[in-house]
Design a protein around this ligand. Sequence first.
Ligand code: HEC
Length: 457
Amino acid sequence: MLSGKKCDRYILIGIVAIFSACHTKDRIPDKITFTEHIAPVLYSNCTICHRHGGNAHFALVTYADARAYASSIAYVVSQHLMPPWPADPSYTHFVGERLLSEHDIQLIQSWVKQGAQQGPTDRLPTLPAYPVGSTIGTPDMRIPVQPYFLKANSSDRFLLIKVPYELPHDTFAAVIEFMPGRHNVVHHVNGDMVKYQFDKKTNVFTGENVADMVEDTTILQAYRRMGLPNDDGSYPVLQKSVVNYLPGVFAQRYPDGIGGFMLPRKGAFLLNDLHYGYTSGNDVWDSSYINIFFTRFPPDRPVQEFQLGTLGIAPVEPELVIQPNTTKHVTSRFTVPTDISILTVNPHMHLLGKAFKAYALKPDKDTIRLIYIPRWDFNWQYFYTYRKMVKIPSGSTIVAEGDYDNTTNNPQNPFHPPQLVRERNGSMKATDEMFQFIVTYLPYKDGDENISLETHK
Ligand code: HEC
């Protein structure tokens, strides 16, 4: 509707469209240079990942960097592949949305067409300051994950890793953040916390730290070998899902009193399925770690979680079995029994995924939009945080819909020719499929929908 216009930001209030950002500064200048026009765009939208220490393997900081990638930059921004933000912003908005304006996309196209000129060097803006070794700041404590060696060209590994710690006393944490050592080999992490009663465990550091979940025996045997039980053989409390990581995910700090954790004096993080993949080329050591940000606020409203679909509280319908050379549409539905306030959502599919949509149908039949991903991208599966919590009234049905493409039209199809692909006991292997919609929430309290989740970095 707005294509060809120079201003692209608009807000729809009822039927009235208010156009903003149409000022003269938004006109495309005649002569475009890196230092004057392109660096400001890259520094606000790209260098958070494309810098030394960022999660992309190359930097876009200097003129030489940008020039070397000029045509590739022009291509990825015109195709809306970069910055990576698969969620449709005309459906719902989230914290930390990464989108380039049409104006900035045009600017980059024209710069490249004009020969990617440098411009006056004294006009180069300063690169923003980024936190080191964290996505959000300086942690109060850093706990190393046992380094792991990956041989070149080895197959995917799914590891159970124990990360034990001891503190001087019980402590509240606002954020627990997993930081991968090697972004290109660490795919995802879902971590729980083992909470020991002080007098029931003498030494949290005994036992092995790593178990391979493909080669290994049963989970209980693994737990015992890792020394997880109390001294008397009983099991300590396990708090699920306290630390999660997926590529491009930035840690989220909630307002005081929301979320947060109580870390007992003696404990361990249990990284359930640290997934290592794609080690083509070289042997590597991965040294990941966990950052803890303390707070003086007790976790009065701990974040809760449920998931629809594979391994979740509501089944995938019809069954997730995708015949070769076919496409498939599935849904999963769950009716919430009480009022809840949604904080984040995380859609999850593998390589055959094409599109994902989720919404809630209220008892009065109104629809609450949750998320729409028109072009599924396996590489970017964020936990999307709402700008304000979304209230879902009791009796509403949350519906998640997924589309899969198991034909040769899908360039991500892992099989040529296509083969039958199915859900397999929640197998995480990218060649098996999954359909999940993970929701983190709080029991609803009056006024939740007015609390901003944006300003609490
Ligand atoms: C959330 C992190 C993130 C942001 C933000 C981001 N990128 Fe990327 N980009 C990546 C990653 C990761 C890759 C994949 C390559 C790799 O493994 O490093 C990539 C790949 C690319 C590629 C190479 C594509 C190819 O053909 O291999 C280009 C060019 C690129 N990005 C440009 C940009 C530009 C321009 C921006 C800003 C407008 C941007 N990126 C923003 C993380 C990011």
